[in-house]
Design a protein around this ligand. Sequence first.
Ligand code: IMP
Ligand code: MG
Length: 181
Amino acid sequence: MNMCDDIARILYTEEQLAEIVGRIGRQISEDYRDKNLLMVSVLKGSLMFMADLMRAVTIPCAIDFLSVSSYGGGTASSGVVRILKDLDNPLEGKDLLVVEDILDSGVTLSFLLKNLSARNPHSIRLCTLLDKPERRRVEIRPDYVGAEVPDEFIVGYGLDYAERYRNLPYIGVLKPKVYAG
Ligand code: IMP
Ligand code: MG
């Protein structure tokens, strides 16, 4: 079985993603020129975005990772957020940039930003590859956005459905029949 058969349509090709990531990388390199940049990837969805984005950043930076649970196996946020893997290092004095794959209801990120702010970073900003503004349930505005996407279930380039499709090199809409019933 081929994963591509489950994709209704492609939203962003590899080439388009490279262009988007390059643009954000240049902006971050400018904005953080004299800062103490720490890029924090929210696992696992932001894996590919993080790997490409940090290579598009031309200033010195450190990286760290954390992992939260929000969805279980479904396609809608449960509202329950748990830190499964925390950062390795404290945040004092750091200019923290949280790197996310997709901002949906905002429940996960608003929890996370509150939690990280309490650790006294010098500054904190949010960078998300994709934004689904229609679905927002919590007031939260990202500082860097790659692209806005419609209210459909999206996979590829790190984004999963039930842990699959992360390895697609492009971003596409999953056929609803894959998760229906
Ligand atoms: P939120 O708490 O509803 O904003 O959910 C954010 C997280 O849900 C993201 O980091 C993704 O892991 C996941 N997510 C939300 N929408 C999608 C989607 O369309 N495809 C894949 N994962 C999604
Ligand atoms: Mg996910």
